[in-house]
Structure formats: C-alpha cells, structure tokens
Design a binder for this molecule. Structure first.
Ligand SMILES: Cc1cc2nc3c(=O)[nH]c(=O)nc-3n(C[C@H](O)[C@H](O)[C@H](O)COP(=O)(O)OP(=O)(O)OC[C@H]3O[C@@H](n4cnc5c(N)ncnc54)[C@H](O)[C@@H]3O)c2cc1C
Length: 341
C-alpha cells in the first residue's frame, strides 16, 4: 500500500462539476485532489458527447463538451489540483470530526478534512464482451484498461474492438508486443480515420494482424489465457495470446458509492440545499449524483452547488477563521490567487 496523501478535500469525479469545484474551493485556499475512474477529465462531456454543442452554459452561447472541459481546465490552472485518473474510489470512511480516509482500487489512500462526491451518474465501467467463460480471466489476462503499457511488453496481444480505444491501444502497444492481433467484427472502424490508416499500414507491412470476426472461445487455465478462437466469415481460427484487451465501450453504473454509509434515495444522494452536505457532516454531494426538490441535472446547477458547497467546506478546513465573501472583480486577494493581480 502506498504512503497516505494528505489534503484538504478529495473530489470524487472529475466531470464538469468536480472541475469547477476546484475553482470555488481554490478561491477559499482549499487544496483539492480529484479522482476519476476514466483516463481523462470531463466526465460525461468528454466521454459521451465531446463534439456535441452545449447551448445552456451561462454567458457562453455555444461550446462543445470537449471545449467546456478544456475551458474548465484553463480556469482551475492557478489552483494546481492533483488528478488521480484511471482510479476508482472504492471506499470512503469517516475517521473523526473533519477527517476522512478515501481509498482507491489502485490502493491509493488519501486523508482529508472533507469529501465532495461529484460522481455524476456513477462510474463509467467497461462493457463486458459476450464471450462465454471470460470472467475467470478478467484482471489476470483479460484487461478492460491499460494501466501500465510495460506490462504488455513481449506478449502476444489480442485487442478486440473497432473504436478509438481499440485503435489507439493497437498503435501504442504494437511496438512493445511480441505479436499483436486486432479483431473487429467488420472491416469498417468507428475510430479516427488517421488511426485506421496507421493500423492498416502496419498490417500491410506485416507488423501486426487484423482479423475480421468475433472471439468465440477462450483457452487457458488459472486465469491465464493461452489462445482465443476467432470466428470469421468462413472458418474458426485459433490465435495464441497471453493477454486480451476488449474495448466494447463504457456504461455508467452507480458503483461503490452505495456502500459508503450515505443515505441514498433511488441511487441518488439527498443533500441540504444550503450547503450540499449529505447526512454525514463534511461529506458533500454535488452535480448529477445528488437529489433535492426541484433538482435539474444540468451543468449550471452543478456549478451553483459547487460554490455553496465550498463555503461550508471552508468551515471544516479552517474552523477558527471567519469567511468573508468577496467578488473576483474587486478583490485583490482573490485576483492574486488567480495570478492576475
Ligand atoms: C448526450 C448528453 C447531452 C447533454 N447535454 C447537456 C446540455 O446541453 N446542458 C447541460 O447542462 N447538461 C447536459 N448534459 C448533462 C451533463 O452532461 C451532466 O449534467 C454533467 O455531466 C454532470 O456533471 P457531473 O460532474 O456531476 O458528473 P459527470 O459528468 O457524470 O462526471 C462524473 C465523473 O465521476 C466519475 N466517477 C463516478 N464514480 C466514481 C468513483 N467511484 N471513483 C472515481 N470516479 C468516479 C465518473 O467516471 C465521471 O467521470 C448532457 C448529458 C448527455 C449524456
């Protein structure tokens, strides 16, 4: 287990609301660490609709999901938050007054004075491909994410899928692998055309294999794959492999949030609308994950919630200090924090 990280607040979820919370907290000198199961920030905006326009962000007539994520990252830069991506928060424990321990599935441990759950619709989790008997191999030789490329060096790899993740990992892992085979059910790919061209060039140069078909069976024992059967149009081919990486997209599941002892209402967290605190003092819920009378699952609602949550969090982080409300337009002290004065 790694050394414990100490910080003021841990934000669970780096979607738009978790990101904006860093800004509001930063203005109040509250240091944040953010944890997200995805390998990128932006939550639903980045994962589900990066190219789609959003028309209802106040003061911005039009911005894409990707554009909003970039703008938020720019806005919170002065506060230098620490991101732990590719990590799922598995456990949140209250240790005492204004003391929490947050543990990730990557065995990271963080201790903090407050926690803000900004987990949206829950954790994005990979879809399991319809291959019989895949479960015993999962996390041993079948992986739905690449945490460390080096783990795949010198191995026979099977990558399955036709989207950007499958293509990107094909291109990134091909130079390391002993032999890499990409399997996709049809000879058309949803991924970026440039990646498709690069992949096809590697196939033409004999540096990797492309099979059009579906993985129909797995061979191996004690969690270790040795080969996979691929059902193509005319035959079933056997391909030797040490590891398989299926990329069949992501689905949103509430995940472990339900096990943290927080009062829940139909997979949502009820909050006090003055502070966005849950039934546990110092534990907040903002954005799509919370519920209260009149709640609208909109980004602008989450931004408002982040601002009010930060005011209450201040009292846990600085119990002996008085909080003076200030505007960014007129406060030199806030402008100094933003690096503009
Ligand atoms: C197609 C589409 C279009 C939309 N259009 C609009 C629009 O026009 N205007 C608008 O205002 N809203 C729109 N929305 C809704 C908007 O995207 C959400 O309101 C917003 O994303 C909520 O932000 P959030 O930060 O609360 O949660 P999310 O964006 O869901 O982010 C939550 C993050 O938490 C992470 N997470 C969850 N559990 C854990 C865990 N245990 N450990 C680690 N990480 C975890 C997730 O991986 C995720 O990245 C749209 C949504 C969709 C799907």
């Amino acid at each position: 287990m790694s050394d414990t990280i100490k910080t003021d607040i841990v934000i669970i979820g780096a979607g738009p609301v978790g990101l904006f919370a860093v800004f509001e907290l930063g203005l109040l000198d509250i240091k944040a660490h953010l944890i997200d199961i995805l390998d990128k920030v932006g939550g639903q905006c980045a994962e589900l609709y990066p190219e789609k326009p959003i028309y209802d962000i106040p003061g911005i007539p039009y911005i894409t999901g990707h554009g909003l994520t970039d703008a938020l990252m720019q806005q919170i830069k002065p506060f230098n938050p620490t991101f732990h991506l590719n990590e799922m928060v598995a456990k949140v424990e209250k240790l005492g007054d204004a003391q929490f321990r947050v543990t990730t599935d990557g065995d990271k441990v963080l201790e903090c004075k407050c926690v803000a759950i900004a987990a949206g619709g829950g954790s994005f989790q990979p879809k399991r491909p319809p291959i019989q008997g895949i479960e015993p191999y999962e996390d041993k030789s079948v992986f739905y994410a690449v945490r460390k490329m080096e783990n795949f060096r010198g191995k026979n790899l099977l990558i399955v899928g036709g989207g950007d993740s499958a293509l990107d990992w094909t291109l990134n892992l091909q130079p390391l692998a002993k032999r890499l085979t990409l399997v996709h059910r049809r000879d058309e790919f949803r991924g970026a055309p440039d990646s498709v061209n690069k992949m096809r060039a590697l196939v033409a140069a004999g540096q990797m294999d492309l099979k059009i078909g579906q993985v129909s069976a797995l061979e191996g024992g004690a969690g270790q794959l040795t080969a996979a059967s691929i059902k193509t149009k005319d035959a079933v081919e056997r391909v030797e492999c040490d590891a398989m990486l299926p990329f069949f997209g992501l689905t949103m599941k509430l995940g472990p949030v339900a096990d943290w002892g927080i009062a829940m209402d139909d997979e949502l967290i009820p909050v006090d609308t003055g502070t966005f605190e849950t039934n546990i003092p110092g534990l907040f819920a903002i954005g799509d994950i919370n519920t209260y009378p009149g709640k609208l699952k909109l980004i602008l609602s989450g931004f408002h919630e982040a601002a009010l949550m930060s005011q209450k969090a201040y009292h846990y982080v600085y119990p002996d200090k008085r909080l003076v409300f200030q505007y960014t337009t007129s406060s030199t002290s806030l402008q100094k924090k933003l690096g503009v004065a």
